[in-house]
Every structure is written in structure tokens, then in C-alpha cells.
Design a protein around this ligand. Structure first.
Ligand SMILES: O=C(O)CCC(=O)C(=O)O
Ligand SMILES: [Fe+2]
Length: 396
């Protein structure tokens, strides 16, 4: 059964990063640490289930490894306490041992190819604005966004809530990016597109649903976007999305999508390969392009009809962000005039994915799982009641 009628194609909405259904691991090798970092592994290699939140990991950018450096800085927080402060080389060897042990030959070959692909871009593409490649909160973000994260530990939840609107359950919006930052990022993306055309470079698009768009992680923005996730998005996730990993977000897929004349027109109905998705409109001027939402569902219920109260439409505003669970079914209406470019950050949690494997098919965040559970409870209560009544009749 289609998720809802009309032109939305939940079943056709496949992407290299998220065929639907079933949710599949990323095919782009872009930093998904699935299956690692969450459980004791064997007597030689152990990781903690809960990360050391206050530990500041080392930087592994300069190491020549078959794995992306961000894997190591993410994984470091899960090291056993006695390994947290040993020399970087020792931590690196330990973590590389884990990664080698728990990744298949195929995974490693794909990761190696992807690394070479990135290397090719980074050594040939000349960025337009180098200052975009390192996170600088004061030039990237509007003051209200920065201030919300400066509150003390005891006030941070209230402070984050104070800049958010919740126009529909589980969908939050807030002002985030400065106009000048949006302009520069748009120009950088245009510059990259120009380079692709001139050099005829065989670029990989963010997913198979887009013919246009660029993976920002591939052009050198991976560590900047990782910092965005670690320093800001994880805190938001802790407040609003505790049921899908909360603060444990530890890897991401960062990209832009482009719509308009000679670009993509719309985006079919889908779910993201993420626990939490941040979507920020960069501009420029456009008509249409609204996001439509149809409720949060697990794999088992992903094609079920939406309830009327789950139907929600959102109009993008340049500079403003929308954040939602990756499993919140959605799509984008046609951009009917002008040009629209959005920045997407699909944030993932290895711990959440590991724990999800053991949830016996019940997803607390899925609207239909919740309804089924409620119905089972009501059924059980009424059976108990009937039994008690029968007993009373016998007694009387
Ligand atoms: O066009 C948009 O704003 C939505 C993009 C989106 O949902 C995605 O890339 O996963
Ligand atoms: Fe999406």
C-alpha cells in the first residue's frame, strides 16, 4: 500500500545512501561506523557502550590509513578508560585493529576507493573560499543560534528550546545561518559545478534521487561538518531525539541538493539514511519546493497510510534550518521558479544502530508500533476485566 496517494513515490525513492526499504548501509563509504563502537568485541578488543562525553579526541587527519580519519576521532570516545590518554599512535593501532576486524574485505576495498576519489578532488579542485572549510561559529551562524549553546549545563536544554519552533510533532525549525555564509557556500558549490563541467570529472552525487548536488564531505568539508554535528547538532538531538540516539550521533553524510531550471525539480517521498537530519536552506530565490511530511515509521510500517494529524507541509526560508528524525517520511514539492539549494547533514549513531538490532521489532519512535502496542495493552486489559467478571459471576 502506498504511504499516501498522489505522486509521492515512497517505494521508488531509492538513493545510493538510502534505498527504501529496507534501510541499507551507505554505499558511498562516507563515514558510517555501523556495527562498531558500541559493544564489547572480544577479549583483545573492547569498546565502551557509553561514550566518554567530555573526552576530547585526538586528530588523525595526517595519518595514512585505509579508514577515514574521522572514524578514529569518533571511535576514541568509546575506548576503555585506560586507553583514553595513551599516545595517539597506540590508540590508532588499537582502533585500526577493531576497524579491520569488524569490516569486511568488500567494505575496506570500497573505503579505499572512496578515499582515492576524495584525494583526486582535493588535490585538483581549487576552493573559492577556504574559510568555509573550517568551522567559525561567529561568521557562519546568526547570534541567537550561537548564544543558545553558550548556556550553562543546567540551562542548556531550556536555552536550546527557546530558539526552536515545533510546527508539527517531531519537526523543529530555527534560524541558523548568516546570509553572507549562505552566499559564499552557494558560490563555492557553483564553483565546484563549474570545475566538474570543465574537467569532465566523474562526480558522485549525494544519492541516486538527485542528478545535481554535491557531497561536501568529498570536497574537503568533512571535518568542518563533523564539528558542526559534534558541537551543535548532537546537543539538539539530545534534547529532542533521545529515542533515536540523542547525543550519541557520531558520523554524518554532508551534502547540498540543487533544484531549479536545469537542475532537479523535486524529491520523491522517502526516509533518510540517518537518525537525525538537519536541512538548511541556502537560498537563493525560488517558488515552491515545500517539504511534505507523513509521520515517523520503522521499516515494517514504512508503507502504511499517514494519519491526518501527521500530514504537514513546510516552506523553506533561506538561512533557516529544519531538523527531524531520518525516519520521518518526507519529500520535496517541485521548485517551480528560481533556484533552491539546501545543505543537508544526515547524522548517524553507531550505538543506536547496534541497539536497534535487538529491539525485537518494536520501535518506540514509530507511530504504528506505538499504536499496535497500545491496542495490545487495551486488549490485555479487557481480557483481564472479562476474566475478573467471570470469576465474580462464579463466586456470586
Ligand atoms: O529538498 C529538500 O529540502 C529535502 C532534501 C532531502 O530530504 C534529502 O536530501 O534527504
Ligand atoms: Fe530527505
Amino acid at each position: 500500500m502506498p504511504a499516501h496517494s498522489g505522486a509521492d513515490r515512497l517505494d521508488a525513492a531509492s538513493s545510493s545512501t538510502q534505498p527504501l526499504p529496507p534501510a541499507a548501509p551507505t554505499a558511498t563509504g562516507n563515514g558510517n561506523a555501523n556495527g562498531i563502537g558500541s559493544v564489547p568485541m572480544n577479549s583483545n578488543y573492547r569498546l565502551r557502550l557509553i561514550p566518554h562525553q567530555n573526552h576530547k579526541p585526538d586528530n588523525y587527519d595526517d595519518l595514512q590509513s585505509e579508514f577515514t580519519p574521522i572514524f578514529f576521532s569518533s571511535l576514541e570516545r568509546y575506548l576503555p578508560p585506560q586507553l583514553l590518554n595513551v599516545p595517539r599512535e597506540a590508540k590508532y593501532k588499537y582502533m585500526r585493529g577493531i576497524l579491520r576486524r569488524y569490516s569486511s574485505e568488500g567494505d575496506r576495498a570500497r573505503a579505499k576507493k572512496h578515499k582515492e576519489y576524495r584525494q583526486k578532488i582535493i588535490s585538483n579542485y581549487q576552493p573559492l573560499y577556504r574559510d568555509l572549510y573550517e568551522l567559525d561559529a561567529t561568521t557562519f551562524f546568526v547570534p541567537s543560534f550561537i548564544e543558545a549553546f553558550m548556556a550553562s549545563d543546567s540551562n542548556i536544554v531550556q536555552s536550546i528550546k527557546s530558539i526552536m519552533s515545533e510546527p508539527a510533532p517531531g519537526v523543529y525549525t530555527f534560524n541558523m545561518l548568516q546570509p553572507r555564509f549562505c552566499e559564499k557556500l552557494l558560490a563555492e558549490v557553483e564553483n565546484f559545478e563549474k570545475w566538474i563541467t570543465e574537467t569532465k570529472f566523474g562526480v558522485m552525487r549525494p544519492n541516486t534521487m538527485n542528478k545535481y548536488g554535491a557531497v561536501l564531505d568529498d570536497i574537503g568539508m568533512e571535518s568542518m561538518l563533523h564539528k558542526l554535528m559534534e558541537d551543535f547538532i548532537r546537543h539538539i538531538s539530545r534534547v529532542f531525539f533521545a529515542d533515536v540516539g540523542g547525543y550519541s550521533l557520531d558520523s554524518h553524510h554532508g551534502f547540498v541538493v540543487q533544484y531549479g531550471l536545469n537542475r532537479d525539480v523535486e524529491l520523491g517521498f522517502h526516509v533518510d539514511d540517518s537518525e537525525v537530519t538537519l536541512n538548511v536552506c541556502l537560498g537563493k530565490q525560488f517558488s515552491g519546493g515545500e517539504l511534505f511530511f507523513r509521520g515517523v515509521r520503522c521499516d515494517k510500517h514504512v508503507h502504511n497510510e499517514a494519519l491526518p494529524e501527521e500530514i504537514f507541509e513546510y516552506s523553506h526560508v533561506p538561512g533557516h534550518a529544519i531538523i527531524h528524525r531520518g525516519r520521518h517520511r518526507h519529500g520535496a514539492r517541485p521548485t517551480t521558479a528560481g533556484s533552491r539549494v539546501n545543505l543537508l547533514l544526515w547524522c548517524r549513531s553507531a550505538v543506536f544502530r547496534e541497539l536497534k538490532k535487538h529491539n525485537n521489532g518494536y520501535a518506540s519512535w514509530c507511530g504504528d508500533c506505538q499504536r499496535e502496542k497500545r491496542e495490545r495493552l487495551i486488549q490485555a486489559v479487557s481480557e483481564k476485566k472479562a476474566e475478573m467478571l467471570r470469576e465474580r459471576v462464579v463466586h456470586d
